[in-house]
Write a protein that binds this ligand. Sequence first.
Ligand code: S3P
Length: 446
Amino acid sequence: MSASPTQPLAAGPDLLELPAGGCLQGRVRVQGDKSISHRALLFGAIAEGETLIEGLLPAEDPLSTAACLRAMGVEVGPIVAGQPVRVQGVGLDGLQEPETVLDCGNSGTTMRLMLGLLVGRAGRHFVLSGDGSLRRRPMARVALPLAKMGAQIHGRQGGNLAPLAVQGQALVGATIRTPVASAQVKSALLLAALTAEGPTTVIEPAHSRDHSERMLRAFGADLELMAADGTEVRVRPGAVLRGQSVVVPGDISSAAFWLVAAAITPGSELTIENVGLNPSRTGILDVLAAMGARVSLENSRDVAGEPVGDLVVRHGPLRAFTIGEALIPRLVDEIPVLAVAACCAEGVSRITGAAELRVKETDRLAVMARQLQALGAAIEEHPDGLTITGPTRLRGADTDSETDHRVAMSLAVAALVADGPTRLGRPEAAAVSYPDFWQDLARLRH
Ligand code: S3P
């Protein structure tokens, strides 16, 4: 069965038919930033008093964080799209020992930040687990640096894999060089540092997203940037965190699908409203500019300590791009959809220094190479990246998200420019970060 461009998408329980053809027109307001949503819930939980969160992302990942917090006695109000969420803070040491396993679902951010939060809860025991994907993801990158502060974390394969057991301890501050530029690792350490004895300094090999630093400061933490490039952060314990009003900007990692979709689909013009433009996240805009994409910024403003703006994107000719290791932290989640953009760009696009993608929700280098090859792309996988030759006329085929939300949405973007319909297995994965994606696609497609 194939539908005309204006018909709604045909959804089966597990399989979605994506018709070919059509263009994208209109306005879209992507939902709240996933990274900021997790942090607003977590910091609200350990603050004194109430935190009111506007624009919290009502997707599976933040719901996992909220469920874990509730299991430890934190009152988190209902999470419903368009309604502010109230969190009644229990204070820095108020989290109760949960009666059962804390289920982090598919969410690496939940598990890693939660580890940082729980290791210092002396005398309490916690077990964290998650779905099949999360139980395969490396946790030693958090557990080993936390151990330098006295944390006790046990898990499968020497403590690297969940389920993980945490025996809360009194921690000591330390100076820690993290092995990878990862905001999840950095944030776990900053959270542990809040109640350690003495200051903690975290030094990263490259600057990762800094939402934790910004928001912890806004909550009243004693946090200082020690290097101008943001790679060294010091926390002194003792400050009381106070509940805040948090406004969560739209997620640029969700906007990325529309940016690429409109840039590659003839006849398209989209306005994406309220996009978070924190410089540690805007690598995709740099790449699109280098490709010659027609993207402009309107209405740029500051919302609760984060830069925000509206992005207007139009279809046009695109050139190939090169992305090296230095840029990866600023667009780590956008590589799958940029691989789709590369299929439509003139020349050879090269992505290197991106081995981190192999330990995301899936091995995104392998999965994107496999799935885009099914659509006829000229894409080669390397140990740390991808090489893509374009432009290629993609052809509709059977594809699969392999349970990865960003793969699901990237393949939907590729299907827009394929000849003939594409069938996508396991499209429901998109709900991990963007529950309205399929509705937005049906509405914007003409
Ligand atoms: C996130 C950081 C990134 C990113 C993830 C969310 C965060 O992971 O891929 O989707 O909220 O801190 P790493 O910090 O491990 O690169």
